[in-house]
Ligand binder design. Structure first.
Ligand SMILES: NC(=O)c1ccc[n+]([C@@H]2O[C@H](COP(=O)([O-])OP(=O)(O)OC[C@H]3O[C@@H](n4cnc5c(N)ncnc54)[C@H](OP(=O)(O)O)[C@@H]3O)[C@@H](O)[C@H]2O)c1
Length: 260
């Protein structure tokens, strides 16, 4: 077991809650030092960092930033400086932050395009590029959270989200080629692993949830921990690059595309 000062460092974007927080907790349990990143969920992120630092002093740091920081060279550099200042290194970069909402064709505007592409494609690309020297120094890896709907089976009414996640999927494969052999790049594609929050406009009623469960061969909604285990597996899988693991209870086998 590494002592904490020598433990590898993992940054997970958008990790105050839900799947991102599960990845952080699992990595921490497995001996990583963690950098929690949040934008609007600063309080939840602080509670998570406090809980982890109570378990193991100086093992978790917190960064608050809107990923729009990647839009200018100066603010991207300042963000990278903050990331590296946390522990002096980064071994695993996990692109988890995401926006997800429908964009019915006919009403698509620039703002939706920018927001959905920022979190799901542009920030993963430019943040990976900016952190590359540090990842190379550690022979580290990049792991992207994708979606089983990013490939062949788009969500109906979500064209901009589908396009952005498909771009990130192609980024994984492109960078795996370009960054080998020093840095590995892989993806995890959830199916339905945690439902939209009940107070959000994406919330699903019981009938919709039952329909989803009956379409999943494993007969349950996945858990954030199911995703986290796969991310941690890829973080350590030293001969795997350019791969995308679907963690969906078999749903992609039965999926016809369309909607939930
Ligand atoms: N949930 C699922 O079952 C499912 C299914 C398929 C794919 N996925 C993928 O798995 C990943 C995690 O899913 P999730 O449902 O846990 O994600 P989520 O709750 O929808 O989003 C995670 C976080 O992303 C952050 N974020 C969004 N835009 C940002 C921006 N501009 N700057 C900084 N942070 C931003 C938010 O941080 P703040 O709250 O701090 O603002 C949010 O908490 C995502 O990439 C998602 O696309 C999930």
């Amino acid at each position: 077991m590494n002592t904490i000062n020598h433990a590898p460092v993992m940054l997970v974007t958008g990790s105050a809650k839900r799947i991102g927080a599960a990845i952080i907790r699992t990595a921490h349990q497995q001996g990583y030092r963690v950098i929690i990143h949040a934008n609007s969920s600063a309080q939840q992120a602080q509670s998570l960092a406090d809980a982890l630092n109570n378990k193991c002093p100086d093992s978790a740091r917190l960064l608050i930033a809107n990923l729009t920081v990647i839009n200018t060279k100066a603010s991207l550099q300042a963000f990278v400086d903050d990331i590296i200042a946390a522990f002096g290194q980064i071994d695993v970069l996990v692109h988890n932050a995401s926006r997800f909402y429908p964009t019915p064709f006919g009403d698509i505007d620039d703002e939706q395009w920018d927001e959905l592409f920022l979190s799901n494609a542009k920030a993963p690309l430019l943040l990976s590029q900016a952190l590359l020297p540090y990842l190379q120094a550690q022979q580290g890896c990049i792991i992207s959270l994708l979606d089983i709907h990013a490939h062949d089976k788009p969500f109906n009414g979500y064209s901009v989200y589908n396009m952005a996640k498909a771009a990130q999927r192609t980024m994984v494969q492109s960078l795996a080629l370009e960054l080998a052999p020093l840095v590995r790049v892989n993806g995890v594609a959830p199916g339905v692993n945690i439902l939209p929050e009940t107070d959000s406009d994406q919330a699903l009623d019981q009938a919709q949830q039952n329909r989803i469960i009956s379409s999943i061969p494993m007969r349950r909604i996945g858990t954030p921990e199911d995703i986290a285990q796969s991310v941690l597996y890829l973080a350590k899988a030293s001969y795997i690059t350019g791969q995308i693991i679907s963690v969906d209870g078999g749903r992609s086998l039965t999926l016809a595309g369309g909607s939930y």
